[in-house]
Design a protein around this ligand. Structure first.
Ligand code: ASP
Length: 332
């Protein structure tokens, strides 16, 4: 009798174990921003260069996951590559603010512990995601901004520093000039062609999820404007069932609490990842008048990448090992 119930309990226990515990399946999804990305405006050469950097970022994160590393290390590794690439609006290649400088925002979150770190308004930290992680791991705080965040960086010798103009690129300066021209002409001040925030969400062999987001914000932003990327629950979120990184018009992502709302719909309503992500990005954000996209991943390794703009730079590796990069809506 005892033996039977023991065997039964063992059997049930095994049956209840998720597949990834046996196969240690991992998944990774990254983005390089949503926005108006038009085929005719993106030369084949530029598109190849963008896809190559997305691939490199995917490789960096996947190398961590493949060798049993944590989701937290994987998203950090992916984001550092994207921050160093001039093609994306994070780190090198960040957009200019109205004063002709850069103010960088980033955040990171570990799902199973709900630890989080965030920084806003940086101008000399080469890798904002690295400082966000340092805030999480080496300070009692979640978020540090501006001069205080820079002062914290001063106390951490491992944080690489650069001159503020290190982030400059000609392409972003032209975008600032165009935004100023449009503003002077009384035209719409928020050109969504300039989104380009980067993000990564990973599932590791232990079944843990982490999410990270890094950005220069929005071209021509002013007055210490902080977007959604460093706001936990708006542009970035991870818990033990779901992780999200957003990209788009940050004010709307804050007002819709996009990243948290996607995961909350799964927790409270039992929505699938795909349904939850779609409802928030193509429902709530649009209803408020905003636009953008998001990447999301759940603990089974399902991936969702909804967006309501003409394109979103994105790349993924699924639990079955299949991978891809895409830019436009009709990319396979
Ligand atoms: N979400 C970013 C912001 O508003 C912009 C972007 O996605 O590129 O700061």
């Amino acid at each position: 009798m005892i033996r039977t119930s023991l065997l039964l309990a063992l059997g049930l226990g095994l049956a209840a174990m998720p597949a990834f515990a046996e196969e240690a399946r991992t998944a990774l999804v990254i983005h390089g921003g949503a926005g108006v990305i038009e085929r005719r405006a993106l030369s084949q050469q530029d598109e190849r260069a963008v896809r190559k950097d997305l691939d490199r970022a995917l490789d960096a994160g996947h190398a961590v996951l493949r060798t049993g590393g944590s989701a937290l290390d994987a998203v950090t590794a992916s984001i550092v590559v994207l921050e160093e690439s001039p093609w994306f609006n994070a780190g090198k290649g960040a957009v200019f603010n109205a004063a002709g400088g850069h103010e960088l925002d980033a955040s990171i979150m570990e799902g199973q512990t709900r630890r989080a770190g965030a920084v806003a308004g940086l101008s000399t930290v080469r890798s904002p995601i690295t400082l966000a992680r340092t805030v999480m791991e080496h300070s009692p705080h979640v978020m540090m901004a501006g001069a205080g965040a820079e002062a914290f960086a001063d106390t951490r010798p491992e944080i690489a520093r650069v001159r503020p103009d290190w982030f400059d690129t000609d392409r972003r300066r032209e975008q600032l000039e165009e935004a100023r021209r449009m503003e002077n002409a009384g035209q719409a001040a928020i050109p969504s062609s300039y989104f380009g925030t980067v993000g990564a969400v990973a599932l590791d062999r232990q079944g843990h999820i982490a999410a990270a987001t890094s950005t220069g914000g929005m071209t021509n932003k002013r007055f210490g404007r902080v977007g959604d990327a460093p706001i936990i629950g708006a542009g970035n979120w991870a818990d033990d069932r779901c992780g999200v990184s957003g990209t788009g018009w940050g004010e709307f992502y804050i007002r819709a609490a996009v990243a948290h709302d996607i995961c909350a719909r799964m927790a409270y309503r039992g929505d699938s990842l795909a349904v939850a992500a779609e409802a928030v990005v193509n429902g709530e954000v649009v209803k408020l008048g905003g636009n953008g996209g998001a990447i999301a991943l759940d603990r089974e390794g399902n991936i969702a990448m909804p967006f309501n703009t003409s394109g979103m730079y994105r790349a993924w590796i699924k639990p079955d090992g299949s991978r891809g990069t895409a830019v436009f809506r009709d990319d396979k």
